[in-house]
Design a protein around this ligand. Structure first.
Ligand code: PRP
Ligand code: URA
Length: 256
C-alpha cells in the first residue's frame, strides 16, 4: 500500500463505493470484482496489443461511469408513451482531454458514454532523461467551452503530464477538472494535488512506487507501447491464453 497521505485510500476486495479520501480527492475502484479482474489481465506481460487495447476500453467504460456518477444534474419533465415524469439530466457541459498517445485508447469508451462531447487532444511525451512532459500538440479550445473536463490517461507516474494538462484546461476556463486513469503512483497523486488540490483522481489502482526510470511498480509497463506494439521487443514467448474463465473452471492454477 502507498505511504504518506494516501495511506487511508480505500482498496477493498469486498466492493463498496469508494469514498473521496478527505482532501486527497482520490477514488480507487480496483476493489470492484470485474474491474479488478480486467486490470489483472491488462497488467499481465503476456497480454498482446489488440487484447490490451480492448481491455483498456472495457476498463475505461467502467471507470468513466464511476467518475461521472456525481456530475451536477437538473430536473426536467419527460413525457413517456404512457405518462409524465420528472427526471434528472446533466446540468453541465462535459468534455474529454485525452493525453496522447496512451490516452487515445480511452477515447472509444468516452465517446460511447457521452457521444458528441468535445474531445480536446493534448500531445505530451516524457523526456526520458528529465521525466518532464514535452508538449507537441495542443488542440484545447476556448470555444465551445466546457464546464467540466475529464483528463484521460492510463498512467499517472511522476504526475508531470497530468499537472501540465490540468493547468492548460484551467487556462482555457474549465471550471472543474478531473483525472481518469488506470494506475497511479503515490508520488504522482501527491505531486498533482500539490499543484491542483481540486482535481479529483479516479483510478483503478494506486500502486507501490516509481522505479528509477519513472515507471510505476508493478504497473503494466509502457501503456503507449503496449497498445501499439512499439515496445523494444516481445518481452515473453509464453503463450497468452485468451480465455477469461476463472482458473477453477478450466482446471488451471492461475487467473488466465
Ligand atoms: C506516459 C503516460 C502519461 C505519462 C505519465 O506517456 O501515458 O502521459 O507517461 O507519466 P508522468 O506522470 O511521469 O508524466 P509517454 O510519455 O510514455 O508517452 P506516450 O503515451 O506517447 O507513449
Ligand atoms: N508511463 C507509462 O506508460 N508507464 C509507466 O509506468 C509510467 C509512465
Amino acid at each position: 500500500m502507498p505511504t504518506g497521505s494516501l495511506r487511508n485510500t480505500i482498496v477493498s476486495n469486498s466492493w463498496r463505493w469508494p469514498t473521496i479520501m478527505g482532501e486527497d480527492n482520490v477514488r480507487v475502484y480496483g476493489g470492484h470484482a470485474l474491474l479488478g479482474h480486467k486490470l489483472a489481465l491488462l497488467r499481465d506481460r503476456r497480454t498482446p496489443p489488440a487484447r490490451f487495447s480492448q481491455l483498456l476500453k472495457e476498463i475505461s467504460l467502467m471507470l468513466l461511469s464511476f467518475a461521472t456518477a456525481d456530475l451536477p444534474t437538473r430536473e426536467v419533465s419527460v413525457i413517456t408513451p404512457v405518462g409524465m415524469t420528472t427526471q434528472r439530466v446533466l446540468a453541465k457541459r462535459v468534455g474529454f482531454a485525452p493525453i496522447l498517445r496512451a490516452g487515445a485508447g480511452m477515447i472509444p469508451a468516452a465517446q460511447e458514454l457521452l457521444p458528441g462531447a468535445p474531445i480536446w487532444y493534448l500531445g505530451l511525451y516524457r523526456d526520458e532523461e528529465t521525466l518532464r512532459p514535452v508538449r507537441y500538440y495542443d488542440k484545447l479550445q476556448s470555444y465551445p467551452p466546457v464546464d467540466i473536463a475529464l483528463i484521460l490517461d492510463p498512467m499517472l507516474a511522476t504526475g508531470g503530464s497530468a499537472i501540465l494538462a490540468a493547468g492548460r484546461l484551467k487556462q482555457k476556463g474549465v471550471q472543474k477538472v478531473s483525472f481518469v486513469g488506470l494506475i497511479a503512483a503515490p508520488e504522482g497523486v501527491e505531486a498533482l494535488h500539490r499543484e491542483h488540490p481540486d482535481v479529483e483522481v479516479h483510478v483503478a489502482a494506486v500502486d507501490e512506487r516509481l522505479n528509477e526510470h519513472g515507471y510505476i511498480v508493478p504497473g503494466l509497463g509502457d501503456a503507449g507501447d503496449r497498445q501499439n506494439a512499439t515496445g523494444a521487443e516481445d518481452p515473453t514467448d509464453e503463450p497468452f491464453v485468451p480465455e477469461e474463465l476463472p482458473a477453477e473452471a478450466r482446471g488451471q492454477g492461475r487467473l488466465l
